[in-house]
Design a protein around this ligand. Structure first.
Ligand code: NAD
Length: 242
């Protein structure tokens, strides 16, 4: 450990939390703890059973849990003065408010999707919205693994939001171990246009979250999105650009 490297704690030891921990060193972080209610087994040496049990205060917390966990992380970060990056989806209004309230005290960055490709797609969809007429038909199909708890996916909702006020027909499918597919299709008489994103490797989300965490440390309090941190390809090549 070196004293001036930023310290990272990870909230949640599921599919995503483990990957964040695995890639933390690539982004220059010292991992000071993986917080989960149950012992995660193989990553056990850094385990803490709760946020208050962390032996060393992190410079930033990355949360990939369930909505109640994200809200609890936001309250803890606000109390302890620690920046928060959360990728947890399916937040209800109260849980989202917990993140917003925390952002009055610490920097908070939330994203339904940390992949650079999806964030580029969101920018393209915002642009597309300006081209569309009120009767144009837009469909969106999202496919995820059968363990996913929320539907539609946070990404599908963010894509529909990017196209607002245009209506989007969303179809959610849960199949096998699909990491995450999103296909937006514009239908006009005689033609269609498709924007299609296929996640091949879950580590894109972990690396995107880590790039955002590096970007967030040292920022003033406020509520941030992933755009600024992901725009210049940081998630794919961290070392010389951070
Ligand atoms: P998972 O089920 O594999 O892991 C969830 C972890 O959170 C588990 O360790 C569980 O014990 C823990 N947890 C649940 N409730 C908790 C609570 N109240 N307090 C503390 N810990 C709690 O799930 P996953 O695949 O790792 O996904 C986690 C979240 O991240 C989901 O909301 C998922 O939709 C989202 N996700 C976001 C992105 C993104 O890019 N933003 C990418 C993939 C997944």
């Amino acid at each position: 450990m070196t004293g001036d490297r930023p310290r990272l704690a990870v909230h949640g030891a599921g599919r995503m939390g483990r990957l964040v921990a695995e890639h933390a060193a690539d982004f220059g972080f010292d991992l000071v703890g993986i917080v989960s209610r149950h012992h995660p087994g193989d990553t056990g040496e850094d385990w803490a059973p709760g946020l208050d049990a962390l032996a060393t205060a992190p410079s930033v917390l990355i949360d990939f849990t369930l909505p109640a966990g994200a809200a609890a992380a936001a309250r803890w970060c606000a109390r302890e003065g620690i920046p928060l990056v959360s990728g947890t989806t399916g937040l209800d209004e109260t849980q989202r408010t917990a993140l917003e309230l925390a952002s009055h005290r610490v920097p908070v960055l939330h994203a339904s999707n940390f992949s650079p490709g999806v964030n580029l797609a969101l920018a393209l969809l915002r642009e597309a919205g300006a081209w569309l007429g009120s009767t144009d038909r837009i469909t969106l199909t999202e496919i995820h693994h059968v363990h996913k708890q929320d539907a539609p996916s946070g990404t599908a909702l963010a894509m529909a939001d990017a196209l607002a006020p245009h209506a989007v027909d969303i179809e959610s499918r849960r199949e096998g171990e699909v990491i995450g597919d999103h296909r937006v299709r514009f239908h006009w008489p005689g033609e269609t246009l498709t924007i299609d994103h296929h996640a091949q490797d879950r580590s894109i989300f972990a690396r995107g979250a880590l790039a955002c965490a590096r970007w967030l440390v040292g920022r003033p309090h406020g509520f941030y999105g992933p755009g600024d941190a992901l725009r210049r390809g940081l998630a794919s090549g961290p070392s010389d650009t951070l």
